[in-house]
Design a protein around this ligand. Structure first.
Ligand SMILES: Nc1nc2c(ncn2[C@@H]2O[C@H](COP(=O)(O)OP(=O)(O)O)[C@@H](O)[C@H]2O)c(=O)[nH]1
Ligand SMILES: [Mg+2]
Ligand SMILES: [Zn+2]
Length: 348
């Protein structure tokens, strides 16, 4: 199907990138281009009058984040077809590599909204949902919970109610990913130049909803294994999918199925997703309160009064402990901010 090449603003170009350009980066030799897809050793880029594959290696790649990932804006040398530098990102999704926890894997950059996708069946898991929400908040991107397979659940509204209850104001959308009429409700999150990343386990229906949103069938979907409801991983290359069909304008980024992932650093995200508990920890009598059985523990008081469920406290504790463990391996940001031990008590 023929479609006009996207303009820079179609691609998501905005003032915060413009302001980073030097005089010589607006011309014929050097120009901005967005990373559309990442392959082994190669990246696909698109800019004004520029579209194609270039090598992914950057001249000054020192840190773990100095690699191009999907959604990045690069300065590209038009004649040599080589990347010159990465423009400062608005945000960056990353995770610890599954095989090697010390290695960082970059997932997507410059994302406007993240769809946290889960289905109205056995994949639905509050703890996992919260981990994805922590990830989105940590990165600073607004999450929207998308519940798929509404058509398969007897009482889909029950899933919606549980998801809505996770955080005040959390946006939750219920869809049948196979039905274009149903996915149309996601259009307000898309639109010209907007980038949406999809996070969620394999098999929840990410590729299916992308196909329906685009009015295409070209993204491989995979039937889930009947016995355990878990999907196999079909998404290998990470790429931006252009919306210019039923939903017109914007980009979707599918991510690898992340049934298991470790948050590299998550203190801020945890504090946001569990802002109620975080606030209570500030009111405990002791600054190093472990919130177990200390006198004057506000968190335990909230459990006793029925305001905080023990299960939610448990999920919070698990994430905080995990983050403390991860932060030890990440020298750059050793100190989490969710932990009351580190609070400077100035009042009371
Ligand atoms: N009934 C129903 N099936 C769906 C829905 N969304 C996805 N599926 C099916 O679930 C399976 C996994 O979907 P897929 O898009 O490959 O999941 P992904 O791994 O998240 O990309 C496929 O067989 C889809 O047809 C939905 O909303 N309703
Ligand atoms: Mg998929
Ligand atoms: Zn306490």
């Amino acid at each position: 199907m023929d479609m006009p090449d996207p303009t820079l603003s179609d691609l998501g170009w905005r003032a915060s990138f413009s302001s980073q350009l030097r005089e010589d980066e607006r011309g014929d030799e050097l120009c901005p281009a967005r990373v559309m897809a990442v392959h082994r050793g190669w990246i696909e880029v698109a800019g004004s009058g520029l579209a194609g594959m270039i090598p992914s290696a950057l001249p000054s790649a020192e840190g773990a984040e100095d690699r191009a990932t999907v959604g990045d804006w690069l300065i590209v040398d038009r004649a040599r077809l080589e990347p010159v530098r990465i423009l400062d990102r608005i945000n960056l999704f990353k995770r610890q590599a599954p095989m090697d926890k010390r290695r960082l894997q970059l997932i997507a950059a410059n994302v406007d909204t993240v769809f946290v996708v889960t289905s109205c069946n056995h994949d639905f898991n509050v703890a996992r949902l919260e981990r994805y929400l922590v990830m989105a908040r940590e990165v600073g991107v607004t999450p929207v919970v998308v519940l798929t397979k509404a058509d398969l659940a007897a009482q889909p509204q029950e899933f919606v109610d549980i998801a809505r209850g996770l955080q005040p104001g959390l946006q939750v959308e219920l869809i049948n990913g196979r039905d274009p009429g149903s996915v149309a409700r996601l259009a307000p999150y898309c639109g010209k130049g907007r980038t949406v990343a999809l996070l969620g386990s394999s098999g929840v229906g990410k590729s299916t909803m992308i196909n329906s949103m685009r009015g295409s069938t070209d993204i491989a979907t995979q039937p889930i294994r009947e016995n355990d409801g878990k999907g196999r991983h079909t998404t290998t290359v990470r790429q931006m999918h252009r919306l210019n069909g039923p939903i017109d304008g914007g980009w979707l980024i599918d991510t690898p199925g992340m049934r298991e992932f470790n948050l590299p650093e998550a203190a801020d995200g945890i504090a946001e997703v569990f802002d109620d508990i975080t606030a209570w920890t500030q009111q405990c009598r002791f600054t190093d309160c472990k919130h177990v059985s200390e006198p004057g523990c506000m968190v335990q008081a909230m459990v006793r009064s029925g305001t905080l469920s023990p299960a939610r406290l448990q999920r919070w504790r698990k994430l905080v402990l995990e983050d403390a463990g991860n932060s030890r391996n990440t020298p750059r940001r050793r100190l989490g901010s969710t932990n009351a031990v580190r609070r400077n008590k100035t009042n009371g």
